[in-house]
Design a protein around this ligand. Structure first.
Ligand code: TYM
Length: 341
């Protein structure tokens, strides 16, 4: 089969497992919103099938799915410009994931660092879904022939695996360039927002203490308190950003400031060189409240009308299905499955 050229298309997703954090906002949502309206079609998903790889109470899952959708919308994602939907409403994700389970090799899955981190010493007790999850993620991306995948640093390995799966499928089924080689897009100062209590760990939804993360639903007082109590070292801010290389907590706060204010971390340092934490932390807290409080208020307003969120997700799902259906049909043809005329 001849090589194909693929129209540039963006796909990314967020798991509705617990609430959204500042890491999700800066590493993902804010960047998604910035991409929309460009020449590329943009598809953003609430990946509920991924969430259930670890136990989710059904009522909590429903609420978290709406909350992620509300987070997207409150941050400026416009359903007229982007497709916004929840994964389980488009059955092609699960169907293509099965085919990819038969393409991906166990050796590839065994290299996935996120599984090792999440499973820890309890790998035997984890669900099969958690282990197979990166092949579902490959299906999410390739079901739309997406070419660009904006993500935080922690997802890079999964996008690389997606490329391996695409290449092996194309090769095994003599499919030319049927599946594109998607590019991870990992840009800006906040592709790895760190834990406020330990600058060597990623800020995540599931960390032990609420003080280590900013949640997108935190109110202004909570946001200010968490930044003021964030761990730092005693030294003031240096004259050069590179001097923060061995000061992870300090660098994290500078990076967060930069990302929130659409500046480079170098520009933040130029403004605050020599400043102590007594000056920088309140400035960061004020900035964060100014940027995040309107979003959390809008999320609250949207969450008060779940039927409207569900309507947006249903419409987005219909549009997503229209793109996915012919790609899935061709995939089945390539694999040799008999299809009704
Ligand atoms: P998830 O739900 O863990 O995170 C969603 C997005 O937020 C980014 N992110 C961060 N970025 C910077 N700093 C942090 N501390 C931080 N924490 C999270 C993640 O990198 C991600 O971009 N497997 C994915 C979801 C997914 C997906 C996809 C993404 C499923 N299918 C297809 C892209 C394309 C996940 O668990 O992300």
């Amino acid at each position: 089969m001849a090589e194909e050229t693929h129209t540039p298309r963006v796909f990314s997703g967020i798991k509705p497992s617990g609430g959204l954090t500042l890491g999700n906002y800066l590493g993902a949502i804010k960047r998604f919103v910035a991409t929309q309206g460009s020449a590329m079609e943009t598809i953003y998903c609430v990946v509920d099938l991924h969430a259930i790889t670890v136990w989710q109470d059904p009522a909590d899952l429903t609420k978290a799915t709406r909350e992620v959708a509300a987070g997207y919308l409150a941050s400026g994602l416009d359903p007229a410009k982007s497709i916004l939907f929840n994964q389980s409403q488009v059955s092609g994700h699960a169907e293509l994931a099965w085919i990819f389970n038969c393409v991906a090799r166990l050796g590839w899955m065994n290299r996935m660092t996120q599984f090792k981190e999440k499973a820890g010493k309890n790998a035997e007790k984890q669900s099969l879904g958690l282990y197979a999850y990166p092949s579902l993620m490959a299906a999410d991306i390739l079901l739309y022939h997406a070419t660009h995948v904006p993500v935080g640093e922690d997802q890079k390995q999964h996008v690389e695996l997606t490329r391996d799966i695409a290449a092996k499928f194309n090769h095994d089924f003599k499919a030319g360039g049927f599946f594109p080689m998607p590019e991870p897009v990992i840009e800006g100062p906040a592709t790895r927002v760190m834990n406020l209590r330990d600058g060597t760990k990623k800020m995540s939804k599931s960390g032990e203490s609420d003080m280590e993360r900013i949640n997108m639903t935190d109110d202004a007082d909570t946001i200010a308190k968490k930044f003021k109590k964030a761990r730092t070292d005693p030294a003031p801010l240096p004259d050069a950003y590179d001097d923060l290389a061995d000061r992870p907590e300090a660098r994290n706060l500078v990076d967060i400031y930069a990302a929130l204010n659409d500046m480079t971390p170098q520009a933040v340092i130029a403004e605050y060189a020599g400043a102590g934490w007594g000056q920088f932390k309140p400035a960061l807290a004020d900035l964060a409240v100014a940027k995040l409080a309107p979003i959390s208020q809008e999320m609250e307003r949207l969450m008060a009308d779940p039927a409207e969120i569900d309507r947006v997700l249903a419409q987005g799902s219909e549009r997503a299905r229209a793109i996915a259906a012919p790609i899935l049909d061709r995939t089945y043809d390539l694999v040799g499955m008999i299809r009704g005329a």
